[in-house]
Design a protein around this ligand. Structure first.
Ligand code: PGA
Length: 226
């Protein structure tokens, strides 16, 4: 089965970088889904990349300055959306209630949802990992056609990743609760992709920082697709 590879650019890259990226990755554009900053979405869409949006609001229209709606994104040509990323949960204080509402609205607009779940270091150390994941998974409800990304908050941008056994435990737990595809995200790099790939239960990878480094990202795609 082909792996799902996601490039999450977060709030990185400028217009020159984006043009360079479009050119250098053009032979790989069928192999991954790119989640750029909102202002660069049309560049990727017009170049026929598979495109996702990093966040959306829970309504289609209204007075919500600065927000983008699932309806607007879909109309533009976006097909995927990340919901519940740990940066949204931690920095922007999004709770499960808001996240659940976003998931519902995204699905109504026929966006494919990538729901991010994951524990903090404190939660892991106090043995609460599966409990936290379970409550974050509640957004799935009856909608099993969504993709789940397991991203431990303590692994994002830190270079630290859980052991294969720890990843397996969570991925198996998610798959036992719901019939969904599960990705791993958190410090995925050209160095560790081989090791992560040995975990057969994982359906793909969500790559942040390393997806903005063109040469490294190409290496990751090549190993993931071998
Ligand atoms: P990272 O980010 O690969 O830079 O750790 C992953 C993510 O936050 O999606």
């Amino acid at each position: 089965m082909e792996k799902i590879i996601i490039a999450n650019h977060k709030m990185n890259l400028d217009l020159n970088d984006v043009n360079n990226y479009l050119e250098k990755l053009k032979n790989y554009k069928d192999k991954f889904i790119v989640f750029p900053s909102n202002i660069y979405l049309p560049y990727f869409i017009n170049s026929n990349y598979k495109v996702g949006i990093q966040n959306i609001y829970k309504d289609n229209f209204g007075s919500f300055t600065g927000e983008v709606s699932p309806y607007q994104a879909k109309k533009l040509g976006v097909n995927y959306v990340l919901i519940g990323h740990s940066e949204r949960r931690d920095i922007f204080h999004e709770d499960n209630e808001l996240i659940n509402a976003k998931v519902k609205k995204a699905l109504e607009n026929n966006l494919k949802v990538v729901l991010c779940v994951g524990e903090t270091l404190e939660e892991r150390e106090s043995g609460k990992t599966l409990e936290v994941i379970k409550s974050e998974l509640s957004a799935i409800g009856e909608h099993e056609d969504i993709i789940v990304a397991y991203e431990p908050g303590w692994s994002i941008q830190t270079g630290k990743i859980p052991s294969n056994e720890e990843i397996k435990e969570v991925v198996n737990f998610i798959k036992k609760c719901y019939n969904v595809k599960v990705l791993y995200g958190g410090s995925v790099s050209a160095e560790n992709i081989e090791m992560i790939k040995s975990i057969k239960q994982i359906d793909g990878y969500l790559v942040g920082g390393a997806s903005t480094k063109i040469d490294e990202f190409i290496k990751i795609i090549e190993v993931a697709c071998e």
